[in-house]
Ligand binder design. Structure first.
Ligand code: SAH
Length: 236
């Protein structure tokens, strides 16, 4: 097990030997077995050490097939979900991507290997701080972590080639549609009631109409904000 938590030890860096076999098993059993075929997505998930993105007490479960608590009532997404979203967004390295819901910073770390630049928005300061430390530690210098309500997107940096929402939205947040590049851009977002969503992939046609593809059932923590849920649980 790598020693991210022990600051006195040398930097393990990307793709530490000690946990490589766990990543390879994860790739085989959780991703390739479920139709994750994009070689670049598989490579990104092979080199990013997921154990650095979970609390110390969960380090042994870092490669388990499910979400893991990261504090503040939030979770790091299941590896498969991270891979599905990345694969849906595509892997053209000239792109700028927007992620809503930094959480642990793992999803942004994966996307950073598949794009020119990633902007990741988080509403909880302590989570953003930890994610930034992890990115810095790994030398992932093409991610900008910003504090704020991600349901409003990041209009100053728009339009985006891809937008990935890693929290559950009661409906598609309109500002995110407005910040998506027409035709080529993709917005991936879990949409639906509090405890049961459908993962949706949205593109804009020539006239700016959204074309929605519904993929599969999923459950994410709530997207809380102006175009999401209210902190108490009601839809804003
Ligand atoms: N991508 C993350 C998953 C994090 S869980 C990872 O790889 O670990 C979802 C995150 O979305 C939580 O950290 C939560 O605080 C954040 N979130 C919820 N509503 C948000 C909003 N309106 N703006 C930004 N972040 C939000």
């Amino acid at each position: 097990m790598t020693n991210w938590h022990d600051r006195t030890n040398p930097t393990p860096g990307i793709d530490p030997e000690s946990t490589r076999w766990q990543r390879q098993e994860m790739i085989r059993h959780q991703l390739q077995a479920r139709a994750i075929t994009d070689p670049e997505v598989l490579h990104a998930m092979t080199i990013i050490p997921r154990e650095l993105f979970v609390p110390r007490e969960y380090a042994e479960q870092a490669y388990a097939d499910g979400p893991i608590p990261i504090g503040e009532g939030q979770t790091i997404s299941q590896p498969y979900m991270v891979a599905v979203m990345a694969q849906l967004l595509g892997t053209d390295h000239s792109r700028t991507l927007l992620e809503i819901g930094t959480g642990s910073g793992y999803g942004a770390a994966i996307l950073s290997r598949l794009a020119k630049r990633v902007i990741s928005l988080e509403r909880i300061p302590s989570l953003l701080d930890q994610a930034r430390q992890r990115w810095r530690h790994l030398g992932l210098d093409n991610i900008d972590g910003l504090l704020g309500d991600g349901t409003l997107g990041c209009p100053e940096q728009a339009p985006f080639d891809g937008i990935c929402v890693t929290a559950a939205a009661p409906r598609i947040p309109i500002p995110l549609l407005q910040q998506l590049k027409p035709i080529s851009g993709r917005l991936v977002v879990p949409v639906g009631p509090r405890f049961a969503q459908i993962l949706q992939c949205i593109q804009l046609d020539n006239e700016g109409n959204s074309v929605v593809t519904s993929l599969f059932d999923c459950v994410f923590v709530p997207l809380i904000g102006h175009h999401g849920w209210m902190p108490g649980g009601r839809s804003a």
